[in-house]
Design a protein around this ligand. Structure first.
Ligand code: AMP
Ligand code: GLY
Length: 421
């Protein structure tokens, strides 16, 4: 079977690499991919947002499965379009993707179904929102309702910062129409974890818990990013907590979506904060996390096709996952300037030396091949990943690989996995 992976980051490289090793997969295509995916698959020059061209390519190449990486095409209805064209697709319908596409929808949904989350209100009027914040007289979290490439959330430290966030999102439209509505919610404190569950609409296959590091700099300081590194398993998640997450969050979410006429198929990635050890939902994502996918794919043994195809076909009956490596850890290497504007075209050296180290896989994100050279072409450039016997072991291997790579001006964190090291 041919499989098409949509997207061009480390998440898609990790998924394409795993799919390429499936005995049932004859060819992996990636649209648009990067220099790393070109080594395990065939890149197609189609943007992840070009829905018509993706549907055409899936039919032309007679692919048996499409796996959609990023959220924007899911929210825009790519799965609906592919299924209408008869192509089995891993990912939720546009209607189910509202869990990520509208934070207001997600909060109201959680309220309707008794799913634990921060107290909140939704506003489209800046004056009313500001009046509520002044009345509460507490710093709050302000979130643009729609997709904002992970940049639409302000965790304010003061009331003034909260009011300024309302102004820039609702009035100045910093994120365009994604900020025509905002969620204003209470600030929670506690460790964050990422929990992925593959779903076929009814049945679930939970994956291993992971933890991302959203801030740019060591010690969880600096601006929020798409994620600077991840590891699995996080020590704060034991079997009892995993059961609580499944019973209090995942199962009511899937029952609720089915009852509301939008059964969820694909991977539900719940961003949770543990408040006094109890799980509360910060956000839903309707796709695999990045960089979380790199550590999940590094730990996973065996064929991934039955999992993705089972979810796409609505039948995960009998599908199980096996965790081969006890731990894995990923360090993101980002360009100078990230998460702001970044220079393009700088050469990356040492990739082969890093990849030759035991247990290491270097997943590419913003990279492009230019003749013999691989050059940086985006904010997050590489996701250097290692398997290990424990998190500290995986960390030592991943950092040895990071140290073998050079890219002028590159930034990375030295403390990924600090809560487990
Ligand atoms: P989100 O995109 O909703 O996950 O928000 C981005 C980041 O903002 C999260 O990873 C958290 O670190 C932080 N955040 C979101 N909601 C809250 C909240 N209610 N309290 C504290 N921090 C939050
Ligand atoms: N790592 C967080 C995300 O993929 O949204």
């Amino acid at each position: 079977m041919k499989v098409l992976v949509v997207g061009g980051g480390a998440r898609e490289h990790a998924l394409a690499g795993k799919l390429a090793r499936s005995p049932r997969v004859t060819e992996v295509l990636v649209a648009p991919g990067n220099a790393g995916t070109a080594e395990v698959a065939t890149n197609l020059p189609i943007a992840a947002g070009d829905l018509d061209a993706l549907v055409r390519a899936a039919r032309e190449h007679a692919v048996g499965l499409v796996v959609v990486g990023p959220e924007a095409p899911l929210v825009a209805g790519l799965v609906d379009a592919l299924e209408a064209a008869g192509v089995p697709t891993f990912g939720p319908s546009a209607s189910a993707a509202r869990l990520e596409g509208s934070k207001g929808f997600a909060k109201d949904f959680m309220a309707r179904h008794g799913i634990p989350t921060a107290a909140y209100r939704v506003f489209d009027d800046a004056a009313q929102a500001a009046a509520w914040v002044r009345e509460l007289d507490r710093p709050m979290v302000v979130k643009a309702d729609g997709l904002a490439a992970g940049k639409g959330v302000v965790v304010a430290a003061t009331v003034d910062e909260t009011l300024a966030a309302l102004d820039s999102i609702l009035l100045a439209r910093e994120h365009g129409d994604a900020g025509a509505r905002v969620v204003v919610e209470e600030r929670l404190e506690g460790p964050e974890i990422s929990f992925h569950v593959v779903c076929d609409g009814v049945r679930t296959v939970p994956l291993a818990a992971a933890q991302d590091h959203k801030r740019l700099r060591d010690g969880d300081r600096g601006p929020n990013t798409g994620g600077m590194g991840a590891y699995s398993p996080p020590p704060m998640v034991d079997a009892a907590l995993e059961r609580a997450i499944l019973e209090r969050v995942v199962e009511p979410t899937l029952r609720g979506m089915a009852a509301e006429g939008a059964p969820f198929r694909g991977v539900l990635f719940v961003g949770l904060m543990l408040v006094g050890g109890e799980p509360r939902v910060l956000e839903y994502n309707v796709r695999f996390g990045d960089p979380e996918t790199s550590v999940l794919m590094a730990r996973l043994d065996g064929d991934i096709l039955p999992l993705l195809l089972g979810a796409a076909r609505g039948d995960l009956g009998g599908v199980e996952v096996r965790w081969g490596a006890p731990a894995a850890l990923s360090v993101v290497v980002a360009s100078e300037g990230y998460p702001g504007a970044c220079p393009e075209g700088r050469a990356i050296e040492g990739l082969a030396r890093a990849a030759a180290l035991d247990g290491v896989t270097v997943y590419h994100a913003g990279t492009r091949r230019e003749g013999e050279r691989v050059i940086a072409s985006g904010g997050r450039v590489l996701c250097v990943t290692a398997r290990g016997e424990s998190v500290p072991d995986a960390a030592a291997r991943a950092y040895a690989a990071v140290d073998a790579i050079t890219l002028e001006g590159a930034q990375h964190r030295r403390d990924i996995g600090w809560q487990a090291r």
